[in-house]
Design a binder for this molecule. Structure first.
Ligand SMILES: *Cc1c(COP(=O)(O)O)cnc(C)c1O
Length: 432
């Protein structure tokens, strides 16, 4: 029987996406990454079909003899990698991890202070997102453009005055570490807890290129597991506080997840092991690449933000592209050239500018993982200039991008897939 046309269509769309994004584009979305082939192999398993409500060895379902051990292994590996006592890997995303922790720390009607939205606080930290869904009020800490950071003095006064239930730090435009120590001291003096959301920088923390907020006084940290940390899409909570961990675990299930997408777990374990072996090298190269890329973009004529601070200490760079037509236009023409970035609000943009903000955000983590070094990012800065400043035809530049990408198809900083795994009786054809 020939395939129904809708089926042909699904297959074709998926294959086209895979080929385009994996072989022909340069991906600079700061919140994305790819797993290693071994982690991908560990992801596509029977575990994707199973349930395991509850904690390992205390499940509500039978059939978890081995998934229990994998989950315990993930907790152990991630704990050692991040040098913390307790890891809760069941939240299925960073947003769910935040929901759990916010609900542990506050009741509907309570108040939280959050990192400035201007400085890239995530929508889940706000009353427009998860916090709002939980009925928790938010007030923003003040932002200081000069230091591209939370304005510490004013923030401390605000915390002492308002006595919130908790304070969040961490952001989605995260160029420089937030002042965890100072904020934690102020928060603790009024009985408030500090949640630090490290979704963007977990891989840099694992590679010792970014401060671990738990070691700087934060009570609990939340994260995604798929941004600079190149694991499966998912979430995690970690802490050194046993009571906090126990409460988080009690709230994850039954309040926020039922099944926790078990196939994430072996892939997360593989990624944690890779990061243990290659994390420092990888994180170091990310930061070097960001600096080189930012400098090169500035030399090509772009207004890269935070120049006076050395542009960035993370994987992220922000560029003001108003002189070149604004964020929406520049992001679109770069996409036409197969360079994938996102438009982004800059600190002075009003919230309603979200559809056409002043900036674009670029991340070096994924292309670093595919082996790009400083000189490669310098070449990329030139291609971006050709499209966004020189007004070259994006279709012409696209040809150069596709050619360039051919040098960076293999994921580095991981182990090879062992030969015996290639003889699996379950054949999973990749839709490539
Ligand atoms: C991406 C992000 C999240 C949300 O993570 P998901 O896994 O997409 O739900 C939360 N917080 C911050 C700071 C983020 O950047």
């Amino acid at each position: 029987m020939s395939l129904p046309p809708e089926l042909e269509k699904v297959i074709e769309l998926t294959r086209t996406h895979n080929r385009w994004r994996r072989f022909e584009c340069i991906n600079l979305i700061a919140s994305e990454n790819v797993m290693s082939p071994l982690a991908e192999a560990a992801y596509l398993t029977d575990m994707m079909h199973r349930y395991a409500e509850g904690k390992p060895r205390r499940r509500y379902y039978q059939g978890n003899v081995y998934t229990d051990e994998v989950e315990l292994l993930v907790m152990d590996l991630m704990g050692k990698l991040l040098k913390v006592m307790y890891v809760e890997p069941r939240p299925v995303s960073g947003t769910v991890a935040n929901a759990v922790v916010f609900r542990v720390l506050a009741n509907p009607g309570d108040r939280a202070l959050i990192a400035p939205v201007q400085a890239g606080a995530h929508v889940s930290h706000t009353k427009f997102g998860t916090l709002g869904a939980l009925g928790i009020e938010h007030l923003e800490l003040p932002f200081d453009l000069d230091s591209w950071n939370v304005d510490v003095d004013r923030a401390v006064r605000m915390i002492e005055e308002l006595k919130p239930k908790f304070v969040t730090l961490g952001a989605s435009v995260y160029l420089f570490p937030h002042p965890t120590k100072e904020i934690a001291a102020a928060a603790h003096s009024v009985g408030a807890k500090v949640v630090h959301d490290v979704a963007h920088v977990l891989g840099l923390i694992a590679g010792n290129r970014w401060p671990n907020p738990i070691h700087e006084g934060a009570d609990v940290a939340t994260s995604s597991t798929h941004k600079t940390f190149p694991g499966p899409q998912g979430g995690v909570v970690f802490t050194d506080d046993e009571e906090m961990y126990k409460q988080v675990s009690r709230y994850v299930f039954p309040w926020f997840v039922s099944n926790h997408h078990l196939h994430r777990l072996p892939a997360m374990a593989v990624t944690a092991i890779e990061m243990t072996h290659f994390g420092e090298q990888y994180a170091d190269q990310i930061v070097r690449n960001s600096r080189a890329f930012a400098e090169a973009l500035a030399e090509e004529g772009f207004k890269v933000l935070a120049e006076h601070l050395g542009y960035t200490m993370s994987h992220t760079i922000v560029v003001d592209v108003r002189p070149h037509g604004g964020g929406a236009k520049v992001a679109k023409i770069l996409e036409d050239a197969n360079i994938i970035v996102n438009k982004n609000l800059l600190p002075w943009d009003p919230p309603e500018a979200v559809r056409d903000p002043s900036g674009i955000r670029l991340g070096t983590q994924e292309m670093t993982r595919f082996g790009m070094k400083e000189d490669d990012f310098r070449y990329l800065a030139r291609l971006i200039r050709e499209v966004a400043i020189d007004g070259r035809d994006p279709g012409e530049v696209r040809k150069k991008v596709v050619e360039f990408r051919k040098n960076f198809l293999e994921v580095k900083y991981g182990f090879d897939v062992p030969k015996h795994l290639e003889e699996s009786p379950i054949k999973i054809p990749m839709l490539l």
